[in-house]
Design a protein around this ligand. Structure first.
Ligand code: AMP
Length: 465
């Protein structure tokens, strides 16, 4: 998963982009990068590591210009580390172009192979470079009935061609000359919002990024919409045939920050409703509801309120450790769980506890947490998951493990219960999950339902593990 941010029309563009991307750190912690432009020259800084450690004041001084785009990365396609950090910059016959991208292109390998066989060279192993290689291929396409503004006539037919060739999930931001371009794939898999601060326009994967710069959310980029911003204003294009939407429901379950407005709703409200719905589907008797922080906090509040039960912090989080799942290897992830959470005896001793977490993927985190709770004296442990069993890998940008690694594919409910060591285990139903979002038919829930919006046979991306 990745986070992207952008600014157009501010002399503080790179500083704002830095602050925005800092608030999207939860979307990726492997690398960070910023490109800025004064309309003529693109300057880029990208490094492995987290935003605050990796980007220095002198970098921001160097990143001059009124336009900036930024990226945090957790690799899903392509190698990890600084080599594939974004923005990706490529010299094209339209000048230098920089891009940041969140999502996964499912036809990455075949398309890259096709271009390579025609002599196109690639500098990176990430799928994102494909956009720029296609833009530079000289091919053009104008969808029927599309009127192109004179200022966009060199660029847009090329971009439309590129977008007709790539398939899968993408929200992107691009700098081409004096223009900033924002786009979302026609399914709308990944979120992307537009904000305002004075005369400047802001862009971000999640609206929480606008708060960091005291900006405000204006609207979301619509699925299939391409926005072009330059001195002449903002122009909106819809080059694709209308597709069924497939916004990622896992953004609501886990990925997005609760204070973000995505897919037409506040993530907080949906996440809390997941907890409420879980409570409505549950009959267990207990003394206290505790969340697995941070991801379980909001659904646990919903659960406790619905059941009129006490909500307590039975696990305390050390805030100086990052998200556990997001480490690339299992060994590191395991260590991180222990570093991250401690049991709170004041709440747990002698109690029957309902533990709420957002999702169960491999099951390793829960097993360790349950151990902790037992050691701290919990009398009964009832694990409740505010989403259905994860049964399908994601090909659209969320780093779920392979099908075989998913615990729900390897074990029955009873076996999972034994494995993680709880007295009872219950998941939210698929129907219950679907009932928590406004327009259920506009969502992709393939990881829970195995109903893939793009047929799985078409998927030929390289998965890192
Ligand atoms: P586990 O069951 O040990 O694989 O860990 C599951 C926990 O990791 C969940 O409770 C989430 O909080 C978090 N998580 C689930 N999916 C992801 C993901 N794709 N990326 C990062 N964290 C995740």
């Amino acid at each position: 998963m990745c986070g992207i941010a952008g600014v157009w029309g501010s002399s503080y563009a790179s500083q704002y982009a830095f602050l925005e991307i800092y608030s999207l750190q939860h979307r990726g912690q492997e690398s960070v990068g910023i490109s800025s432009s004064d309309g003529k020259e693109i300057r880029t800084v990208k490094r492995s590591g987290r935003v605050l450690e990796a980007i220095k004041q002198e970098d921001l001084n160097y990143l001059k210009g009124d336009i900036a785009i930024a990226h945090v990365r957790y690799s899903t396609a392509g190698d990890s580390g600084a080599a594939n950090a974004q923005p990706i910059v490529r010299r094209t016959d339209l000048g230098e172009v920089a891009i940041v991208h969140n999502g996964n292109l499912v036809n990455y390998l075949s398309l890259r192979g096709e271009l390579e066989s025609r002599g196109v060279e690639f500098s990176y192993s990430s799928d994102t470079e494909l956009f720029l290689a296609l833009l530079d291929s000289g091919e053009a396409f104008i969808p029927e009935g599309t009127e192109i503004h004179p200022r966009d006539k060199d660029l847009l037919p090329r971009l439309f061609y590129a977008l007709t060739r790539v398939e899968g999930a993408y929200s992107f931001l691009m700098i081409v000359g004096d223009k900033l371009i924002a786009g979302r794939d026609p399914f709308g898999f990944r979120p992307l919002a537009v904000g305002r601060k004075g005369n400047a326009l802001l862009f971000a994967s999640e609206s929480c990024a606008f708060e960091t710069v005291e900006g405000e959310l204006w609207r979301e980029v619509k699925p299939g919409e391409i926005l072009i911003v330059d001195e002449a204003g903002i122009r909106s294009y819809f080059p694709f045939e209308q597709k069924k939407r497939a916004q990622c429901i896992f953004e609501f379950v886990y990925f997005s920050r609760p204070d973000s407005f995505i897919f037409g709703e506040w993530a907080y409200k949906v996440r809390k409703e997941l907890g409420r719905q879980l409570a409505r589907e549950d009959e267990v008797e207990a003394d206290v509801v505790i969340p697995v922080p941070d991801s379980g906090v909001v659904p646990a509040m919903g659960y406790a309120q619905e059941k009129n039960m006490p909500f307590e912090m039975g696990l305390i989080r050390n805030h100086y450790v990052g998200r556990s799942f997001i480490e690339p290897t299992q060994e590191l992830r395991n260590l991180r769980v222990l570093m991250k959470l401690s049991p709170n005896r004041a709440v747990l001793e002698g109690k029957r506890v309902i533990v709420i977490d957002d999702s169960l993927v491999r099951g390793t985190t829960s097993k360790r947490i349950v151990n902790m709770l037992r050691r701290a004296g919990a009398k009964e442990i009832h694990m409740r998951i505010a989403s259905p069993p994860v049964v399908g890998p994601c090909y659209y940008g969320i780093d779920t493990p392979t099908r075989e690694e998913l615990i729900a594919n390897r074990m029955s409910l009873e076996d999972i219960k034994e494995f993680i060591g709880v007295d009872s285990l219950k998941y939210l139903s698929l129907e219950g999950l679907r009932s928590c979002v406004k327009d259920r038919e506009n969502f992709c829930d393939a990881c829970f339902s195995n109903e893939y919006p793009i047929p799985v046979e078409k998927v030929a991306i390289s998965r890192r593990r």
